[in-house]
Design a protein around this ligand. Sequence first.
Ligand SMILES: C[S@@+](CC[C@H](N)C(=O)[O-])C[C@H]1O[C@@H](n2cnc3c(N)ncnc32)[C@H](O)[C@@H]1O
Length: 249
Amino acid sequence: MSFLAKAAAGIRYVLAVLLSGDEKSRYVLAEALARQVYPRYKFSEFGRLIEYDEDFIKFYETYCGTDNYHSLDRKYTLNQLMKVCALLEGDTAECGVYQGASSYLICRHIAGLGKSHHLFDSFSGLSKPGPKDGNHWTQGDMACDEAVVRENLKEYDFVVYHRGWIPDKFHEASSKRFCFVHIDVDLYQPTYDSLAFFYERTSPGGIILCDDYGFITCPGAKSAMDSFFLNEPEHIVCLPTGQGFVIKK
Ligand SMILES: C[S@@+](CC[C@H](N)C(=O)[O-])C[C@H]1O[C@@H](n2cnc3c(N)ncnc32)[C@H](O)[C@@H]1O
């Protein structure tokens, strides 16, 4: 077959799939196209339930918008992990809050349990990247006004705001214990400082989840997790979402 004949057959196939409305065929086509454009990305099996979870997708679109779905799977995972530790002893915390979408999910799980949820953020974006952080991030990235977070979390009266650079405000929670800690600050130093503070305060069976562990854009966060847990008994579970977590022994 000539090149032109092949191209025409290809176009006919694409049009037929698009007109058919058959979801599985569209998925197969998208996979074939993506393989040509970006072969490093590996499609999963067709029909994962997350793609049909209308309630969860609605939550995501409300708090993260519809521009991209880059953290849908990570938020989904966080939401699932909360199920296994919400009832353990202790409060919850998030280091690096941005607009509060993950904190909203955490709050949903602990509402009515008599716990507090502690937020630690500069509300001025990232601190200055250090030598272990590569060159993806710039100081001030991901800045979000505290008022936006307060609006997003207004239905929860148990949220405690600790505004400031990590670790400056950790002392305000030094007497607390925690069942779940979400660390999402992208950089080495605040990730390490967060681990150093929260690890000993995390209840057995509690979870420390690092949002940035498995991304080539966040080498500092991975390095902080790896070096901190080198001398601890927990193993870091690295997820295909890019997150890494430990279950406290
Ligand atoms: C990736 S965003 C957090 C996203 C959020 N966890 C979510 O799930 O939507 C990173 C956040 O970390 C905060 N941050 C980064 N470095 C910090 C530091 N050294 N001290 C305090 N906050 C910091 C930024 O202000 C920003 O809100």
